[in-house]
Design a protein around this ligand. Sequence first.
Ligand code: UDP
Length: 344
Amino acid sequence: MKTTPHILVTGGTGYIGSHTVVELLIENYEVTIVDNLSRSNANVLDSITAITGKTPNFVQLDLCNADAVTTFFNAYSTPFDAIIHFAAYKAVGESVQEPLLYYHNNVVSMINLLQAANTNGCNKIVFSSSCTVYGQSASLPVTELTPRLTAESPYGNTKQICEDILRDTVNATNIQCISLRYFNPIGAHSSALMGELPLGVPNNLVPFITQTAIGKRASLSIFGNDYNTIDGTCVRDYIHVMDLAQAHIKAVEVLLATNQAHHYDIINIGTGVGSSVLQAVNAFEKAANLKLNYSYSPRRSGDVEAMYANVDKAKAVLNFSSQYSLEDALLHQWQWEQALQRNG
Ligand code: UDP
């Protein structure tokens, strides 16, 4: 009797992917990672092994190469029990500069994956979506029924398009899918052996904070202090990456337990709590016990004023709720930044 589900993790050497692989291995799943390593580093496999004592299978593969994807799937006589599909580009600003790169990479790769999965009897998929699909919603917190707005960036549009492709594919095939709409992932593994590796100057708030604190950047610019929020700075729902990893495990469990045809679901994954940029900076100062250099700058174009999740559905359907506090997440990301500096 087969006892260990085999999970294919695309983009498994990336930020959220690698933390999810750690949780899968700890929970005794068999894991195969495919990744083209275009935006990540194979060294993360050593970190995964150092944390878990286990080594996932790894295949370097570009999902945009349909023939290679077919060959990869054909090499397995038993289909994967589920796929978690992380592989995608995610830099909002870059997507504005290079829309075709983003549409090609994020959409074509998923089409190739779905075609091969469907042909090979691999029917269960968890997809990485994003709260960016909501745009600036008129009412907060957003529920899964809150209408999506026109995407602010090609990146955001790829998430909307991929959600739609999945919905239609689930309608027409045996594939079942849960799309997880993540809010703002932050933090690192508590061992400080694994975390995000931003390429170049970080666009996201928390890596910019930790790089400023360590001295790589002179000062944090807080983009806008005239928003209609508690202190004038934007509000986001920051969720620890290990909580996010757990949400994926729960989604896989739900899919493995369901035999319902045409099962497609969308679930918000956040903490349910909005924090302003200034509150995040203050929480960081407290967690790291230091003062951060920062000043106010004009608003950043494309930023929404406030965004946080209604998390009732995650609790009801996945039995998931976040465990880590904002300070835990900031402390872990700070410890990761310090480890990066120690290791050169
Ligand atoms: N932010 C900031 N300074 C930075 C980077 C981000 O003030 O150097 C703000 C940004 O304007 C937003 C919040 O921090 O209000 C979160 O930004 P991030 O890029 O991390 O996430 P997203 O905008 O995608 O929610």
